[in-house]
Design a protein around this ligand. Structure first.
Ligand code: DX5
Ligand code: ZN
Length: 226
Protein backbone atom coordinates (compact mmCIF):
# COMPACT_ATOMS: atom_id res chain seq x y z
CA UNK A 1 0.00 0.00 0.00
CA UNK A 2 1.29 3.48 -0.86
CA UNK A 3 1.52 6.53 1.34
CA UNK A 4 -1.76 8.12 2.36
CA UNK A 5 -1.22 11.78 1.46
CA UNK A 6 -4.17 14.09 2.08
CA UNK A 7 -4.89 17.62 0.84
CA UNK A 8 -6.61 19.90 3.34
CA UNK A 9 -7.76 23.27 1.96
CA UNK A 10 -7.83 26.01 4.60
CA UNK A 11 -10.84 28.25 4.11
CA UNK A 12 -9.04 31.20 5.73
CA UNK A 13 -8.25 32.60 2.28
CA UNK A 14 -11.65 31.75 0.79
CA UNK A 15 -14.37 34.27 0.02
CA UNK A 16 -16.48 34.03 3.19
CA UNK A 17 -19.47 35.57 1.43
CA UNK A 18 -19.45 32.59 -0.93
CA UNK A 19 -18.21 29.94 1.43
CA UNK A 20 -20.59 27.15 0.42
CA UNK A 21 -19.62 27.53 -3.24
CA UNK A 22 -15.87 27.59 -2.40
CA UNK A 23 -16.17 24.43 -0.30
CA UNK A 24 -18.18 22.68 -3.00
CA UNK A 25 -15.39 23.43 -5.50
CA UNK A 26 -12.59 21.92 -3.41
CA UNK A 27 -14.74 18.95 -2.40
CA UNK A 28 -15.58 18.07 -5.99
CA UNK A 29 -11.92 18.49 -7.01
CA UNK A 30 -10.97 15.74 -4.57
CA UNK A 31 -9.88 17.53 -1.40
CA UNK A 32 -9.62 15.05 1.47
CA UNK A 33 -10.20 17.20 4.56
CA UNK A 34 -11.40 20.76 5.24
CA UNK A 35 -9.07 22.77 7.48
CA UNK A 36 -10.77 25.35 9.73
CA UNK A 37 -8.62 27.95 11.50
CA UNK A 38 -9.98 29.10 14.85
CA UNK A 39 -8.23 32.23 16.20
CA UNK A 40 -9.00 34.03 19.44
CA UNK A 41 -7.13 37.35 19.19
CA UNK A 42 -4.91 36.29 22.16
CA UNK A 43 -2.89 33.25 21.20
CA UNK A 44 -2.60 34.81 17.75
CA UNK A 45 -3.28 38.45 16.81
CA UNK A 46 -6.31 37.67 14.69
CA UNK A 47 -9.94 36.60 15.05
CA UNK A 48 -11.78 34.17 12.82
CA UNK A 49 -14.75 31.87 13.30
CA UNK A 50 -16.38 30.03 16.19
CA UNK A 51 -18.65 26.99 16.69
CA UNK A 52 -21.78 28.42 14.95
CA UNK A 53 -19.92 28.79 11.65
CA UNK A 54 -18.36 25.32 12.02
CA UNK A 55 -21.82 23.92 12.60
CA UNK A 56 -23.15 25.62 9.43
CA UNK A 57 -20.22 24.27 7.42
CA UNK A 58 -20.92 20.78 8.82
CA UNK A 59 -24.32 20.90 7.08
CA UNK A 60 -23.01 21.64 3.59
CA UNK A 61 -20.08 19.21 3.21
CA UNK A 62 -19.27 15.55 3.70
CA UNK A 63 -15.55 16.27 4.13
CA UNK A 64 -14.04 15.61 7.56
CA UNK A 65 -13.63 18.91 9.42
CA UNK A 66 -10.12 19.54 10.73
CA UNK A 67 -10.40 22.18 13.46
CA UNK A 68 -7.10 23.95 14.21
CA UNK A 69 -7.48 25.72 17.54
CA UNK A 70 -5.17 28.74 17.75
CA UNK A 71 -6.60 29.78 21.10
CA UNK A 72 -5.38 30.11 24.68
CA UNK A 73 -6.69 27.46 27.08
CA UNK A 74 -8.35 25.39 24.32
CA UNK A 75 -9.86 23.01 26.91
CA UNK A 76 -12.65 25.58 27.48
CA UNK A 77 -13.91 25.18 23.94
CA UNK A 78 -13.59 21.47 23.17
CA UNK A 79 -17.22 20.55 23.90
CA UNK A 80 -18.60 23.28 21.69
CA UNK A 81 -16.46 22.38 18.68
CA UNK A 82 -17.19 18.67 19.09
CA UNK A 83 -20.89 19.50 19.22
CA UNK A 84 -20.48 21.67 16.10
CA UNK A 85 -19.19 18.68 14.14
CA UNK A 86 -15.38 18.65 14.30
CA UNK A 87 -13.84 15.34 13.16
CA UNK A 88 -10.24 16.25 13.88
CA UNK A 89 -9.07 18.79 16.42
CA UNK A 90 -5.59 20.13 17.13
CA UNK A 91 -4.48 22.22 20.08
CA UNK A 92 -1.22 24.13 20.38
CA UNK A 93 1.41 22.75 22.72
CA UNK A 94 2.22 26.39 23.61
CA UNK A 95 -1.39 27.11 24.67
CA UNK A 96 -2.31 24.19 26.92
CA UNK A 97 -0.46 23.14 30.06
CA UNK A 98 -2.61 20.00 30.43
CA UNK A 99 -2.19 18.64 26.96
CA UNK A 100 -2.39 15.00 28.02
CA UNK A 101 -5.84 15.54 29.51
CA UNK A 102 -7.01 17.55 26.50
CA UNK A 103 -5.89 14.97 23.94
CA UNK A 104 -7.45 12.12 25.85
CA UNK A 105 -10.71 14.06 26.10
CA UNK A 106 -10.74 14.74 22.36
CA UNK A 107 -10.02 11.11 21.46
CA UNK A 108 -12.53 9.72 23.97
CA UNK A 109 -15.14 11.64 22.01
CA UNK A 110 -14.29 9.68 18.88
CA UNK A 111 -12.41 12.56 17.27
CA UNK A 112 -8.82 12.56 16.04
CA UNK A 113 -6.60 14.56 18.36
CA UNK A 114 -3.58 16.51 17.16
CA UNK A 115 -0.81 18.59 18.70
CA UNK A 116 0.12 21.78 16.85
CA UNK A 117 3.61 23.21 17.28
CA UNK A 118 4.95 26.65 16.35
CA UNK A 119 8.12 27.13 14.31
CA UNK A 120 10.15 28.28 17.36
CA UNK A 121 9.04 25.43 19.64
CA UNK A 122 11.38 22.47 20.01
CA UNK A 123 10.25 19.02 18.89
CA UNK A 124 11.70 17.67 22.13
CA UNK A 125 8.59 18.98 23.92
CA UNK A 126 6.58 16.34 22.05
CA UNK A 127 8.51 13.38 23.49
CA UNK A 128 5.99 12.44 26.17
CA UNK A 129 2.83 13.21 24.21
CA UNK A 130 3.63 11.68 20.81
CA UNK A 131 2.12 8.25 21.62
CA UNK A 132 -1.18 9.97 22.57
CA UNK A 133 -1.55 12.05 19.41
CA UNK A 134 -3.17 10.95 16.16
CA UNK A 135 -1.24 13.66 14.36
CA UNK A 136 1.24 16.48 14.85
CA UNK A 137 0.56 19.77 13.10
CA UNK A 138 3.90 21.36 12.27
CA UNK A 139 3.42 25.07 11.68
CA UNK A 140 5.57 26.11 8.76
CA UNK A 141 4.76 29.81 9.34
CA UNK A 142 4.05 31.70 12.57
CA UNK A 143 0.30 31.18 13.02
CA UNK A 144 -2.21 33.99 12.70
CA UNK A 145 -2.53 34.83 9.04
CA UNK A 146 -2.89 33.26 5.64
CA UNK A 147 -0.58 34.08 2.75
CA UNK A 148 2.72 34.11 4.67
CA UNK A 149 6.04 32.75 3.40
CA UNK A 150 7.07 29.17 4.26
CA UNK A 151 9.89 29.10 6.85
CA UNK A 152 12.65 26.93 5.29
CA UNK A 153 14.08 25.61 8.59
CA UNK A 154 10.80 23.77 9.23
CA UNK A 155 11.71 21.28 6.47
CA UNK A 156 14.38 19.83 8.70
CA UNK A 157 11.89 19.74 11.57
CA UNK A 158 9.48 17.66 9.47
CA UNK A 159 12.34 15.29 8.59
CA UNK A 160 13.38 14.90 12.24
CA UNK A 161 9.84 14.25 13.41
CA UNK A 162 9.31 11.70 10.65
CA UNK A 163 12.47 9.85 11.73
CA UNK A 164 11.37 9.72 15.32
CA UNK A 165 7.87 8.47 14.38
CA UNK A 166 9.30 5.78 12.11
CA UNK A 167 11.95 4.63 14.55
CA UNK A 168 9.37 4.30 17.34
CA UNK A 169 6.85 2.69 14.97
CA UNK A 170 4.16 5.18 16.05
CA UNK A 171 1.06 5.55 13.85
CA UNK A 172 1.22 9.36 14.28
CA UNK A 173 0.76 11.36 11.09
CA UNK A 174 2.39 14.68 10.19
CA UNK A 175 0.27 17.63 9.08
CA UNK A 176 1.96 20.79 7.80
CA UNK A 177 0.44 24.27 7.64
CA UNK A 178 1.56 27.60 6.24
CA UNK A 179 3.06 28.93 3.02
CA UNK A 180 2.61 25.67 1.12
CA UNK A 181 1.94 25.58 -2.61
CA UNK A 182 2.97 23.92 -5.88
CA UNK A 183 6.50 25.37 -5.65
CA UNK A 184 7.53 23.76 -2.38
CA UNK A 185 5.11 20.83 -1.99
CA UNK A 186 7.51 18.33 -3.52
CA UNK A 187 10.26 18.95 -0.94
CA UNK A 188 7.74 19.01 1.92
CA UNK A 189 6.44 15.59 0.90
CA UNK A 190 9.98 14.28 0.51
CA UNK A 191 10.65 15.45 4.09
CA UNK A 192 7.79 13.23 5.29
CA UNK A 193 4.54 15.23 5.56
CA UNK A 194 1.25 13.29 5.27
CA UNK A 195 -1.47 15.96 5.45
CA UNK A 196 -1.02 19.18 3.50
CA UNK A 197 -2.86 22.34 4.51
CA UNK A 198 -3.04 25.04 1.84
CA UNK A 199 -5.02 28.27 2.02
CA UNK A 200 -3.84 31.00 -0.33
CA UNK A 201 -2.41 28.49 -2.84
CA UNK A 202 -5.95 27.18 -3.28
CA UNK A 203 -8.30 30.11 -2.67
CA UNK A 204 -6.31 33.16 -3.76
CA UNK A 205 -3.82 32.00 -6.36
CA UNK A 206 -5.67 33.54 -9.28
CA UNK A 207 -6.58 30.04 -10.47
CA UNK A 208 -9.91 28.42 -9.86
CA UNK A 209 -9.93 26.68 -6.45
CA UNK A 210 -10.78 23.30 -7.98
CA UNK A 211 -7.93 23.55 -10.46
CA UNK A 212 -5.55 24.51 -7.63
CA UNK A 213 -6.57 21.41 -5.65
CA UNK A 214 -6.04 19.20 -8.69
CA UNK A 215 -2.54 20.69 -9.21
CA UNK A 216 -1.55 19.86 -5.63
CA UNK A 217 -3.00 16.36 -5.92
CA UNK A 218 -0.96 15.76 -9.04
CA UNK A 219 2.27 16.58 -7.17
CA UNK A 220 1.18 14.39 -4.23
CA UNK A 221 0.45 11.51 -6.61
CA UNK A 222 4.17 11.16 -7.39
CA UNK A 223 4.88 10.48 -3.72
CA UNK A 224 2.16 7.93 -3.06
CA UNK A 225 4.33 5.00 -3.97
CA UNK A 226 7.36 6.25 -2.00
C1 DX5 B 1 -2.18 30.16 9.64
C2 DX5 B 1 -3.24 29.10 9.50
C3 DX5 B 1 -3.21 28.42 8.19
C4 DX5 B 1 -3.45 29.33 7.01
C5 DX5 B 1 -2.56 28.84 5.92
O1 DX5 B 1 -2.12 30.61 10.94
O2 DX5 B 1 -3.10 28.10 10.51
O3 DX5 B 1 -4.08 27.28 8.14
O4 DX5 B 1 -4.76 29.35 6.52
O5 DX5 B 1 -2.64 29.71 4.87
P1 DX5 B 1 -1.57 29.71 3.71
O6 DX5 B 1 -1.64 28.38 3.04
O7 DX5 B 1 -2.01 30.84 2.85
O8 DX5 B 1 -0.23 29.95 4.36
ZN1 ZN C 1 -4.26 26.17 10.23
Amino acid sequence: MGRNIEIAPSILSADFARLAREIEKVESAGADVLHLDIMDGHFVPNLTIGPPVVSSIRKITKLPLDVHLMVQCPERLLDEFIEAGANWMSVHIEADVHLDRTLHFIRENGIRGGVAINPATSLSLLDEILPSADYVLIMTVNPGFGGQTFIPSTLNKIRRLKNSIVSNAYPTRIEVDGGIGPNNLDSILTAGADIIVAGSAIFSSGKDASEAVRDLKKIAEKHRSS
